[in-house]
Write a protein that binds this ligand. Structure first.
Ligand SMILES: C[S@@+](CC[C@H](N)C(=O)[O-])C[C@H]1O[C@@H](n2cnc3c(N)ncnc32)[C@H](O)[C@@H]1O
Length: 394
């Protein structure tokens, strides 16, 4: 189709109607779980492949929509728009100027460019980003502006340029905000876990949506909110927007169709038993407000309590899953951290026999004999070498 054909026709043919190469960026520590998750969301024809830093697959835009909406564990989904070799800025600018940017982005969108290079003659990231910004802007300006009265542009569009051995791949980011952002919480709390990490910990602990879930140092409530989403069968991206919604290729009808498929199975599992508490009353209040704001106050029971004054028998007769992320400092091998953990284990062995435990803590603090058998999974949390201990309390 010639370049001067109406843009919507070119978008339909070249972007909507074609398969693309996508890349799902994933935290390395969760790669095994994400592999399983993506295989459930994709089909064999998508040819999922493990790559450094994530997974590649071939598919349609709707496959990318689905992963954005449903992946509890991934970081973001990128759509590759070009791949070429360049050893000079002239060549880089030329290749970037040849791309039909008007099929991927609107001129009104704010654009950020992220560059990484490895063993490339062009290694100056900000100079590469500057050239790319210039070329994309110039190209989009030729095509005028989008019909703004119909659209609002609240997403920053990200372009990812990655060079390895002088070969550059250029991708547009379909997610926008990092996927761990569910669009639910507006409060931060102290050292909150990322939602995708919390979801992975719940999966590792065997949280099955039926058993009671106890979150006794809940902070901002990340574990409880993730468990509530799982229990109600609500996709993690249900409450947020994505960058692809502000692409020329976005067809709201298709997106609404995907959402409708979920609506049919949402909240069918019945009310889950989830209790979140914290010694910090303000943290509990912030979590309650969040739940009220989304009209889901019945999802989670929230209370101000001290973990050391509570036994789970007061709440439920069943054996459930207890998730703990006790506070710790940067100098996490201090005696105080250690003795804090000792008293937590004492409380657990006294009152929680038969419960499943998931405990997030500095890796070093778990490197010792614990009163019952646990499996240790290394994770990265807030720049620290952390780990999660999973086991049955005996
Ligand atoms: C690292 S933060 C938990 C962060 C949480 N996972 C989140 O994602 O927001 C630790 C929390 O433990 C709470 N805490 C400390 N001692 C406690 C106790 N004895 N009983 C209950 N909560 C306690 C703190 O108030 C703090 O909110």
């Amino acid at each position: 189709m010639p370049k001067y054909a109406p843009i919507h026709k070119r978008v339909k043919r070249h972007v909507i109607g074609r398969e693309h190469h996508f890349f799902v960026a994933a935290p390395p520590a969760l790669a095994g779980l994400i592999d399983r998750e993506l295989r459930q969301l994709l089909v064999a024809e998508n040819e999922l492949q493990r790559r450094p830093g994530g997974f590649g697959f071939r598919g349609r835009l709707t496959d990318a929509y689905r992963i954005n909406l449903q992946s509890r564990l991934s970081n973001r989904v990128l759509m590759q728009v070009s791949s070429f070799k360049a050893t000079s800025f002239r060549r880089l600018a030329q290749k970037l100027s040849e791309l039909p940017w008007e099929l991927y982005l609107y001129g009104e969108s704010a654009l950020k460019i992220r560059v990484s290079t490895h063993k490339c003659r062009l290694y100056h990231s900000s100079a590469i980003a500057e050239r790319a910004q210039e070329q994309v802007r110039r190209q989009l300006a030729q095509f005028g502006l989008a019909p703004v009265e119909e659209r609002h542009f609240d997403q920053v569009q990200h372009l990812f340029i990655r060079g390895v051995n002088d070969r550059f791949s250029v991708s547009v980011d379909s997610s926008g905000d990092h996927l761990y952002k569910r669009g639910i919480k507006t409060h931060g709390g102290r050292a909150p876990l990322r939602e995708n990490l919390a979801a992975a910990v719940l999966q590792l602990a065997g949280y099955d949506r039926q058993r009671p879930l106890l979150d006794p140092m809940c902070g901002s409530g990340t574990f409880s909110l993730e468990a509530a989403l799982m229990a109600a069968n609500i996709p993690p991206g249900w409450f947020r927007r994505f960058a692809f919604m502000e692409w020329p290729s976005f067809v709201d009808r298709r997106w609404q169709h995907l959402r409708k498929q979920h609506e049919a199975v949402m909240r069918k599992t019945g009310k889950a038993a989830i209790l979140a508490f914290d010694i910090d009353g303000a943290a509990c209040e912030a979590l309650k407000q969040t739940l009220r704001r989304h009209h889901v106050a019945d999802w989670i029971t929230v209370d101000r309590k001290d973990f050391f004054d509570f036994s789970p028998g007061e709440w439920t007769g069943s054996k459930g899953v207890v998730v703990l992320n006790p506070p710790y400092g940067r100098r996490f091998t201090t005696a105080a951290d250690q003795s804090g953990l000792d008293s937590i284990f004492k409380q657990l062995t006294r009152f929680y026999k038969g419960w499943r435990l998931a405990l997030v803590s500095p890796r070093k603090s778990l490197n010792r004999k614990l009163p019952f058998e646990v499996k240790i999974y290394p994770i990265a949390h807030g720049g620290l070498a952390a780990a999660v201990a999973i086991g049955e309390i005996t």
